[in-house]
Design a protein around this ligand. Structure first.
Ligand code: ADP
Length: 588
């Protein structure tokens, strides 16, 4: 969620950058196209200006060669005839005026001799074109006429005497350039021509005429005054500004912006300027940028919309997952409730079963006890009765014999009850380290009077490392005695009677294998082997408590006991006990 505003800001920054790029690109494209157009127009208009002037440049030379004119200058000609001639030629050529000046600068003849503003008798000796021609150099000059106040371009040529060695006068043609301005204006173009001082003397727009591009130097102003070039006009600066922001060649003039192109007109020491309005170009750039901005905005909007939709879809999916999860949760809770209810029922049932089991065991035990004790009690009763008879008959020997039998029977009963006592008794928890090898040897010795008469061969394979367990040594003996006695019993009818006792050191545990070659254990018996009072032995031979007592003892010291069938068809009892390792390094 925190990522969102940063992402939007980055997208906005990228959008703004792209819009800026579009602006720059479209601006440079539009400007370069305008520059190309400006170049082409300038070439065209420069040619027009040159053409318009040069078509008259021959006229002063033509006049300078005219004999009548030469005569006039030498004081012997007919000025009326020359005046008329000039009028005709001027009209034919289409120039503004044709006139002849003497060496003092006074106009002797002129095409406008008959007009109010005739040049005849006027002195134009201050004009540079006159001075140049008197030096023998044909010249040209733009100026505002001091007589007519009409601007025009003056071409002059020196007039030599007949000998051709002295300049005696000057022939001049004045050309009207206003048609050029008119044609530019009609073409809707902004064309300006400036002189060597940067004064604009030709302009399609009259408001820019006779304005200087840069403020004029004072000496320039003096010269202009002397030559009366812009007679009666004070030259003011144009007052345009260069737009640094847009491009170097972009100017602002009278509140409008233009691209300014210019080129030299070297023949006249002039410069021609072409102003292309940027109003349309600006509209084009603005339009392009607007389209780009709108497109980007729409893309941004679309992206945001798609993003929102994706997020909504994800959140919907999450919501439906959450819904499903809560459903599953509810179902699980129900199941847990159901399970705990079932568990409670089970526990109750189990308690009932245990109770029933206990009662069954009690019943079984009482049956066994009554069965085992009834027989000796009945015998004792019989022997006691015969004792009385033998005593009455004074057969003391028989009495003593019967009392011995009664004593044996009570001893037998005592052994039965002692077994039951040991079954019922719980461990007092007094454990001590017991060496298993010692206990096995001891028990074997104890049982020697049972093993030997039964004809059983004993094979002991006890590991050399002393094996110690934490237990009650008497109880360990009890387990060993039970297992060995059962093994001897199982081999009663076997031809081969082999008892093997193996003690294996298994790192933290010790494993005791007691194997016999007896009748083995059938699968049905295998299941009940360790249950109390389970026995396959006949009455008076077994109570069925040996294995169940052994199982409990082994369990108490953290061990296990199980029985399997062995390779001789007999049984192997495997007892696994945790070793007491505190006194020595664990055996590797
Ligand atoms: P008891 O020896 O008084 O019958 P136990 O609990 O010691 O009681 O043994 C239960 C029964 O397990 C025996 O009656 C016998 O059927 C079987 N059993 C025990 N040890 C062996 C053995 N080594 N081989 C075959 N059967 C055995």
């Amino acid at each position: 969620m925190k990522k969102r505003p940063i992402g939007i800001l980055i997208a906005l920054a990228m959008a703004l950058f792209s819009i800026w790029q579009v602006y720059q690109l479209s601006k440079s494209m539009v400007l370069s196209s305008l520059r190309e157009t400006g170049e082409a127009r300038l070439n065209l208009y420069a040619g027009t200006v040159q053409g318009a002037l040069e078509k008259y440049s021959y006229l002063p030379f033509l006049l300078a060669k005219n004999h009548n004119i030469q005569h006039i200058l030498q004081g012997n000609g007919d000025s009326k005839q020359v005046n008329r001639y000039l009028t005709v030629v001027n009209k034919q050529a289409g120039s503004a005026a044709l006139f002849i000046m003497n060496s003092a600068g006074v106009t002797l003849c002129s095409s406008n001799w008959h007009e109010d503003l005739s040049f005849v008798g006027k002195n134009y000796g201050f004009r540079p074109y006159f001075k140049d021609a008197m030096e023998g150099v044909a010249s040209g000059f733009f100026a505002i006429g001091v007589t007519t106040s009409r601007p025009g371009y003056f071409f002059s040529a020196p007039i030599y005497n007949f000998a051709g060695n002295t300049v005696i006068g000057v022939a001049v043609v004045k050309i009207d350039l206003t048609p050029l301005e008119k044609s530019w204006l009609e073409g809707g173009e902004m064309v300006l021509v400036g002189d060597k001082n940067g004064i604009l003397f030709l302009s399609s727009l009259s408001q820019y005429k006779y304005k200087s591009l840069e403020p004029l130097a004072s000496e320039t102003i003096v010269t202009i005054k002397e030559e009366k070039q812009y007679h009666g006009i004070t030259i003011q600066p144009l007052g345009f500004k260069k737009s640094q922001l847009f491009a170097d060649d972009v100017i602002s003039l009278s509140g409008a912006t233009y691209l300014l192109s210019s080129r030299k007109l070297p023949e006249f020491q002039w410069r021609i300027y072409y102003l292309a309005s940027l109003t349309e170009a600006r509209k084009l750039i603005f339009g392009t940028v607007t389209i780009a901005a709108v497109t980007l905005f729409l893309i941004l909007l679309l992206t945001l919309y798609l993003r929102e939709r994706r997020l909504k879809r994800i959140s919907n999916r999450r919501a439906s997952h959450a819904k499903k999860l809560s459903k599953i949760n509810k179902r699980l809770q129900l199941e847990i409730k159901e399970h705990s209810r079932t568990e409670k029922e089970l526990r109750e049932t189990q308690q009932e079963v245990i109770q029933a089991g206990k009662l069954a065991a009690l019943g079984q035990m009482s049956a066994v006890i009554s069965h085992e004790l009834n027989q000796p009690i009945a015998a004792i009763r019989t022997y006691a009765a015969s004792c009385r008879k033998f005593f009455e008959k004074d057969k003391k020997q028989m009495v003593l014999q019967n009392l011995d039998i009664i004593s044996d029977l009570t001893e037998h009963m005592g052994s039965i009850t002692s077994q039951l006592k040991s079954f019922a008794r719980k461990s007092d928890g007094e454990f001590e380290p017991v060496n298993l090898q010692d206990r096995i040897n001891r028990v074997q010795f104890m049982l020697e009077n049972q093993i030997r008469p039964a004809g059983v061969m004993v094979n002991l394979e006890l590991c050399e490392t002393p094996i110690t367990v934490l237990a009650d040594p008497v109880k360990i003996d009890q387990v060993l005695i039970n297992l060995i006695r059962n093994a001897i019993d199982s081999m009663a009818n076997s031809t081969k009677k082999q008892l093997t006792i193996v003690l294996i050191n298994k790192e933290t545990n010790a494993e005791l294998h007691i194997s016999d070659s007896g009748h083995g254990i059938d699968p049905e018996s295998m299941r009940q082997l360790f249950e109390p009072f389970f026995t396959t032995k006949g009455a008076g031979e077994g109570l069925g408590l040996g294995l169940s007592i052994s199982f409990r003892i082994i369990n108490e010291i953290g061990g296990t006991i199980r029985a399997t069938e062995n390779e001789y068809g007999g049984a192997t009892f495997i007892v696994c006990l945790p070793q007491h390792l505190s006194n020595r390094e664990p055996t590797k």
